[in-house]
Ligand binder design. Structure first.
Ligand SMILES: CC(C)(COP(=O)(O)OP(=O)(O)OC[C@H]1O[C@@H](n2cnc3c(N)ncnc32)[C@H](O)[C@@H]1OP(=O)(O)O)[C@@H](O)C(=O)NCCC(=O)NCCS
Length: 175
């Protein structure tokens, strides 16, 4: 399955097998993982697992995170977009859709998470009508919480994510 969505500064496309090296650079970065359980990956095989998982989501659920390419440089900057959460319960929810993003630090603070999430949010409500869109972020991850608010998700409650023993904020939006 392929995707091609353009925003002002980004191209959002499907994650490809050849993105595995970039995915490794992203997920082996301790700064990137500060609010993701502080457990960056240490081998390329794990990055390939992430790539395969995203690609499985495209085929099985017709949805999945997208690679983000900066238009001005052609650089792969991270991923953004949608995911079907079917494996674990979060804040009392199972089988829900969430919106998320993960970029290399050198691309933070340019509005890219907001810009790409607006595109993903609009794509979601167009293709999954009458379905709730959810988001979550560690309380300390102020930038992520701010992005979810800026794209119009409503902040609901805080909850403990047992697997990482951290407190997260839960956001959601109906169409
Ligand atoms: C979270 C992340 C995607 C944000 O990306 P980004 O492109 O820098 O975000 P944007 O520029 O679109 O917006 C960030 C907003 O948060 C604000 N912000 C950033 N740091 C902040 C802080 N420490 N406190 C309060 N607000 C902050 C920015 O000012 C901006 O809001 P504004 O437009 O109202 O000024 C990026 O930091 C990242 O990839 N982090 C690592 C992975 C991660 O944590 N992903 C989210 C997991 S829930």
């Amino acid at each position: 399955m392929t995707y091609h969505i353009e925003t002002e500064h980004l191209i959002l496309r499907e994650v490809r097998i050849e993105d595995t090296g970039d995915m490794y650079r992203l997920d082996s970065d301790a700064l990137v993982h500060e609010y993701l359980g502080k457990n960056p990956i240490t081998c390329m095989g794990k990055a390939r697992t992430y790539v395969d998982y995203i690609r499985m989501q495209y085929e099985t659920y017709g949805i999945g995170r997208w690679a983000a390419i900066e238009k001005s440089t052609g650089n792969w900057i991270g991923w953004t977009g949608l995911k079907y959460n079917f494996e674990q319960e979060m804040n009392g929810h199972t089988n829900f859709y969430d919106i998320g993003y993960r970029f290399m630090p050198e691309y933070w603070g340019k509005g890219y998470a907001t810009e790409s999430s607006i595109a993903a949010r609009d794509y979601f409500f167009e293709h999954f009508p009458n379905t709730k869109l959810c988001g979550m972020a560690e309380l300390g991850n102020k930038a992520s919480c701010r992005v979810l608010e800026k794209i119009g998700l409503e902040r609901k409650n805080n909850f403990i994510y047992e697997a990482q023993q951290v407190e997260l904020a839960w956001f959601e939006k109906m169409p």
